[in-house]
Design a protein around this ligand. Structure first.
Ligand code: NAI
Length: 348
């Protein structure tokens, strides 16, 4: 019998290979009938080969069921190496970056359960930038089609997951054109969902409210940069960037990664929290299960998220970012072994 799923693997830079290794070990338990296909991309790959991403990688990704990816390093400053993350998102049209944030008892400061749907291909990340003598500019691009697809995605997501409320976060009082268009489209699309409660919040107030009253948020849809910044804020509320995963979804193509970056400050030390990457793997299982009508995989993804919740809330085997003293491998093993037991498998 052939493999049921073909999954691409981009191991990433910095802590990427360490956390991806643990997520793959978990996936081998949860999806044993899977072929994993390595794809070279990122700064380490660039240093080895002079290329940002393996030749033919984008077509390969389109032919695969999904990709699990580690974080990639992008050095700051002009004229250098271009972000491979942005390249992948734009080239594959991964327009919705879905980031669930749910509090953990004993770890998070407050109780909440909300999802940020970040527009992932336009806005200030469009790459329209320039410098002329002492003048520098970065253009914030919004298209009607681009706003519409992500806003509609957010509403459909809310309806399918039982959320009652969708909030648009923008700054249309100042950015009257780009965010103005986003806002207009939001209200237009909202009319198609009369049972969903809508509201809008300026991004500065959203940052404040997210800290003060995170429980009021359910689904938040927002342009690219705001989504990026608010995600890290939300991860701080959860308790660590190392706990949060994300799904980047386009039409018929999806790439899953943790919310965090390559964390060069802790890379190679064996202490990176692998839960964010494992959560990304769980989101991938949920996506594939839904897409293929694979009930077993859907159930396994729910079980995996439940196991992760158990490990984090018990607090016995945790990495230092959430107050523990365990290493990356130990946390990965704990999740994997519990998952195997819950799925009725023996050893791993
Ligand atoms: P970062 O997310 O890598 O790190 C921020 C802080 O969170 C650091 O103190 C780090 O140690 C901690 N942290 C992150 N992941 C952790 C984990 N799994 N366990 C424990 N602690 C963790 O953000 P930073 O330092 O701004 O960016 C580093 C590099 O990552 C940059 O080159 C940036 O461009 C890239 N990046 C890549 C992303 C991606 O591939 N999707 C997303 C964000 C940043």
């Amino acid at each position: 019998m052939g493999r049921r799923y073909r999954i691409g693997v981009i191991e990433g830079d910095g802590v990427g290979p360490e956390v991806v290794r643990e997520a793959l070990a978990v996936l081998r338990v949860a999806m044993p009938d899977t072929e994993f296909v390595e794809i070279g991309a990122g700064l380490n790959y660039f240093r080895r080969t002079g290329k940002l991403i393996e030749e033919g990688a984008l077509d390969l990704i389109r032919s695969l069921d999904a990709v699990i990816k580690g974080p990639l390093t992008t050095p700051p400053g002009p004229g250098t190496y271009r972000s491979v993350n942005v390249l992948i998102r734009q080239a594959l049209g991964l327009y919705a970056n879905v980031r669930p944030f749910r509090s953990y008892r004993g770890v998070s400061l407050k109780e909440f359960n909300f999802v940020i749907v970040r527009e992932n291909t336009e806005g200030l990340y469009s790459g329209v930038e320039g410098r002329f003598r002492d003048l520098a500019f970065s253009v914030k691009v919004a298209t009607k089609a681009g706003c519409e697809r992500v806003v509609r995605f957010a509403f459909n997501y809310a309806v399918s997951r039982g959320f009652r409320r969708v909030a648009a976060v923008h700054k249309a009082n100042i950015l009257k054109e780009s965010d103005g268009l986003f806002r207009e489209v939001f209200h237009e699309v909202a009319r198609e969902y009369p049972n969903v409660e809508v509201n809008e919040v300026f991004v500065d107030a959203a940052a404040y409210n997210m800290v003060r009253n995170p429980q009021v948020f359910q689904v938040v849809v927002t342009p690219n940069l705001y989504g990026d910044i608010l995600s890290d804020l939300a991860a701080g509320l959860v308790g660590s960037l190392g706990l949060c995963g994300s799904a980047q979804v386009g039409d018929g193509v999806a790439v899953f990664e943790p919310v965090h970056g390559s964390a060069p400050d802790i890379a190679g030390k064996g202490v990176a929290n692998p839960i964010g990457e494992i959560e990304a793997a769980a989101l991938m299982m949920e996506y594939l299960g839904g897409l293929r009508g694979d009930e077993a995989l859907l159930n396994a993804s729910t079980t995996l998220r439940d196991v992760v919740r158990g490990v984090v809330e018990e607090g016995r085997v945790l990495t230092p970012d959430v107050g523990g003293s365990a290493g990356t491998e130990e946390v990965g093993r704990e999740v994997r072994e519990r998952l195997a037991r819950r799925l009725g498998l023996r050893g791993t």
